[in-house]
Design a protein around this ligand. Structure first.
Ligand code: CP
Ligand code: NVA
Length: 319
């Protein structure tokens, strides 16, 4: 059953806001977005039209490659009755030195929202400061909020609650780890991150996570013992060992990360009904073995699908 009240109430509810990082939202706001996404998913599955953004245009700036983000945003805008423009950095004047501020001001005259995937997080902030339309973060070096919202939706669909759950993130303390810790801390999910000493999350972000956890009551811990992290976990999450933009000697890096591989031995410590999550793209036999990612606990393709639904919820409530 579709809940028309949720669909009606959420439309334009976050008008005037940007979607740059999860820390800018309350638990209630994120929960509302998840409920909205569930309704939009139902509508799409039933073939019910939901042209909530008829005539609207989303510009999508990509400075890094993408499969999921590009296709889910583009399809999402189409399903909402609008359109999306794919703008590769090299095809834009940003590539020739036009400033972010000028780009924000110009695009604000043409389109109704901008999604951007870029490097430093301060680029999306600068875009937001200079734009008169909503900016959506499609991944920066620090955060990937759209992915984590989809992950939270997936967890909620599978477990029916956020209460009493423990998530273990095992691997690089990267953009995914930082966003995920933040998402868990806000929603009240206990969270332990296990990463090698040289790949911890940024201390300033970790302390913001701790502040959010103090509000929700979530227990957040950092360790370099992957076994300890997965002990009694309801969810195990990992991501690639080298993110886009990283350049170094991967063979050396691989050695320090090998003990953090999610494999059949490591998952033994988790709860029997644990879920395995990964934002994708994955590198099988590096951060995760095929036996796990292609195994019965894996929900990676549900996560990928839910990108479409949560982003439609974000778009329809922001634009
Ligand atoms: N998870 C994710 O953002 O995937 P893409 O890099 O393919 O967009
Ligand atoms: N940490 C990865 C996530 C990709 C979706 C990266 O930034 O490359």
């Amino acid at each position: 059953m579709i809940n028309p009240v949720v669909v009606q109430n959420m439309r334009g509810k976050l008008k005037g806001k940007h979607f740059l990082k999860l820390a800018d939202f309350t638990r209630d706001e994120l929960m509302d977005l998840i409920q909205y996404a569930i309704e939009l998913k139902n509508m799409q599955k039933k073939g019910e039209a939901h042209h909530l953004l008829k005539g609207k245009t989303l510009a999508m700036i990509f400075e890094k490659s993408s499969t999921r983000t590009r296709v889910s945003f583009e399809t999402g805008m189409y399903q909402l009755g609008g359109q999306a423009l794919f703008l590769n950095k090299n095809d834009l004047q940003i590539g020739n030195g036009e400033t972010i501020a000028d780009t924000a001001k110009v695009l604000s005259r043409y389109v109704d929202g901008i999604m951007i995937r870029t490097f430093e997080h301060k680029i999306v902030e600068e875009l937001a400061e200079n734009a008169s339309i909503p900016i959506i973060n499609g991944l920066t070096d620090d955060f990937h909020p759209c992915q984590v919202l989809a992950d939270l939706m997936t967890i909620y669909e599978k477990k029916g609650t956020f209460n009493g759950l423990k998530l273990a993130f095992v691997g690089d303390g990267n953009n995914m780890a930082q966003s995920l810790l933040m998402g868990c801390a806000i929603m009240g999910i206990d969270c332990t991150i296990a990463s090698p000493d040289n790949s911890q999350v940024k201390p300033e972000i970790y302390s913001q996570v701790k502040e959010k956890a103090a509000i929700s009551g979530a227990k957040v811990e950092q360790t370099n013992d992957p076994k300890k992290a997965v002990e009694n976990a309801d969810m195990i999450y990992t991501d690639v060992w080298a993110s886009m933009g990283w350049n170094g000697d991967f063979e050396i890096r691989k050695k320090s990360f090998m003990p953090y591989q999610v494999n059949d031995t490591l998952v033994k410590g988790a709860k029997e009904d644990y879920l395995f999550l990964h934002c994708l793209p994955a590198h099988r036999e590096e951060e995760v073995t095929s036996s796990i990612i292609d195994g019965e606990h894996s929900v990676v393709f549900d996560q990928a699908e839910n990108r479409l639904h949560v982003q439609k919820a974000v778009l329809a409530s922001l634009l």
